[in-house]
Design a protein around this ligand. Structure first.
Ligand SMILES: Nc1ncnc2c1ncn2[C@@H]1O[C@H](COP(=O)(O)OP(=O)(O)O)[C@@H](O)[C@H]1O
Ligand SMILES: [Mg+2]
Length: 229
């Protein structure tokens, strides 16, 4: 995986939540391209768990996609091939797998699930209350559409209100860290490649490639503005 610039505070918080005994439900949100998925993939490395990227497709497609991730995580060919499973069955399968070990479930672009099925937050509330709350599970709901994430997970009238154990609103990485994006790559390797025949050089190419990967946003400061509740 690509190296991670900054984000020590956010990763530290997620690690602490993971080490805490009992279940955790964390909401991570913020605008696109700020590095939410990057942080979650970094955090998941070396931990038992699964990452699911929700889509705007019909709910049945999302159930199938999630089922494939669960089947691969628990190593069940039966689950991989089976049909007719619902969300509850799939979360049960994760919960029952190696119950002594804390497992991480990441649902990225969570808001799409509520967009395709408005009742989804209440479905998840029931699953959380009846199956996950007492289990060895860390559930992370991540999303980019801030208003939808707010109404589906954080707002007082959301069925999930009061369930979360923490939330992170991701902000832009501060400018002082930007040079680290370049020092992690070989893009600054040979000054001699800088100005060759006045043409676009290796360095320019590397920088412009990196430009695509830089989290872009307004001048907000980076910090998780809310951690434990
Ligand atoms: N802290 C970071 N260190 C290194 N690369 C990062 C970091 N944050 C984001 N990136 C890179 O920036 C791009 C956008 O990040 P991504 O995680 O997809 O954003 P989001 O999920 O918030 O839309 C990706 O290529 C990602 O690898
Ligand atoms: Mg993302």
């Amino acid at each position: 995986m690509q190296q991670t610039v900054d984000r020590l505070e956010e990763l530290g918080y997620l690690e602490a939540e993971y080490r805490r005994p009992g279940s955790s439900l964390v909401v991570l949100y913020g605008r696109r391209r700020l590095g939410k998925t990057h942080i979650l993939r970094h955090f998941l490395q070396g931990k038992p768990g699964l990452y699911y990227l929700a889509t705007e497709e019909a709910e049945a497609e999302n159930v199938r996609g999630f089922q494939a991730q669960v089947a691969s995580f628990i190593g069940s060919a039966l689950l991989a091939k089976g049909s007719g499973f619902g969300w509850g069955d799939l979360f049960d399968a994760i919960r029952e797998h190696d119950p002594a070990t804390k497992k991480v479930i990441v649902v990225d672009e969570f808001q799409y699930l509520g967009k395709t099925n408005r009742a989804f937050p209440s479905v998840l509330q029931k699953i959380w209350d009846e199956r996950l709350k007492e289990a060895n599970i860390m559930l992370i709901l991540c999303g980019s559409l801030i208003t939808m994430m707010h109404s589906q997970t954080l707002a007082y009238d959301s069925p999930l209100y009061g369930r979360r154990t923490g939330q992170i609103r991701l902000r832009q990485i501060p400018f002082r860290h930007y040079h680290e994006f370049f020092s992690h790559r070989a893009c600054c390797r040979a000054p001699s490649t800088l100005c060759r025949n006045g043409r676009r050089t290796e360095v320019h190419r590397s920088f412009s490639q990196w430009g695509r990967h830089l989290p872009r946003d307004s001048g907000e400061h980076s910090h998780a503005d809310k951690f434990p509740l």
